[in-house]
Ligand binder design. Sequence first.
Ligand code: MRU
Length: 354
Amino acid sequence: MGSFSAEAFPTIALDEAAGELVLVDQTLLPNEKKLLRLSKQEDIWEALHTLRVRGAPAIGVTAALAMALAARDIETEDYSVFEKRFNEAADYLASSRPTAVNLFWALDRMRGVTAAHRGEAVARAKALLLEEAKKIREEDIAVCKAIGENALTLVRKGDGLLTHCNAGRLATVEYGTATAVMYLGHERDYGFRIYCDETRPLLQGARLTAFELSEAGMRPTVLCDNMSASLLETGAVNAVFTGCDRVAANGDSANKIGTQLLALAAKRYGVPFYICAPTSTIDMKAASGADIPIEQRKPEEVTEMWYERRMAPEGVSAYNPAFDVTPADLITAIVTEHGVLRPPYTQSISGLGL
Ligand code: MRU
């Protein structure tokens, strides 16, 4: 493991003694490796909103740990006052980003703890909330590893694998979802050829995925987003693996903008397109992709960011959705910690009993 280990630069960890979240500031990578120590809810909200910490599972884990800290800071012995303030803090964090359902899933798990212990001492609820948050973090590691094991059954040694955005260890606690197959394959000498889409406009593929895989000893190749169809046409890619922010009950899957285009191109060239999703990313309340809220971000991300001088004329509008929905019929399979789901997804997803 290179200098950028999960121990030295955790995606998200809790310093219990200090009462602080510790996370690597992903907006600065790969040029600067800086740890943030956050305890105020406003600072954690800002870190989520500005993508200092990002990626669906990492967003959920951050929210859970943040709620344990929020609970700790509520000074009252009155349980109903405690629960009211706790729920207000949860509502506040829920407003940081709209698309990744893991945020709402984690907050609901934490709200469930306070609801289940009404009538008990506030101090006990605080202790249980801390335990639950730590559990959510630990579970994430096991879930990602299981996704990697399941994904390994879909590939062969020497395969070319293409991924989009960062669904890596920086988007989770360890392993990642779409990259878990790459980490496990690397440990087991699968000799994968790995391609990372740069992922405009925030460059999570180039800045984060290519970085973390390189640090782990892999040799990824970066390509601009508009080059993937041409790469797929060459036959160099045997499978596409991406992460996901929200899977609807019918299998439609929202992920980083550009994922749908990749799925369309993969279909055209007969390359299997796999979505990797922990079951915490499945939203049974969304019947289809039409029910998934898509985050719209500021135009400057398209017109100015990363350039020394702006590269679009002053005053021009920019279309900047952060995610798109890949329709279920373009998805070869959805890889979860419980196994590989195949179409028809309405059936295979409901079979999970979520
Ligand atoms: O805007 P981001 O960087 O949070 O978007 C992240 C993605 O789209 C990931 O692919 C998704 O959250 C899955 S992370 C395992």
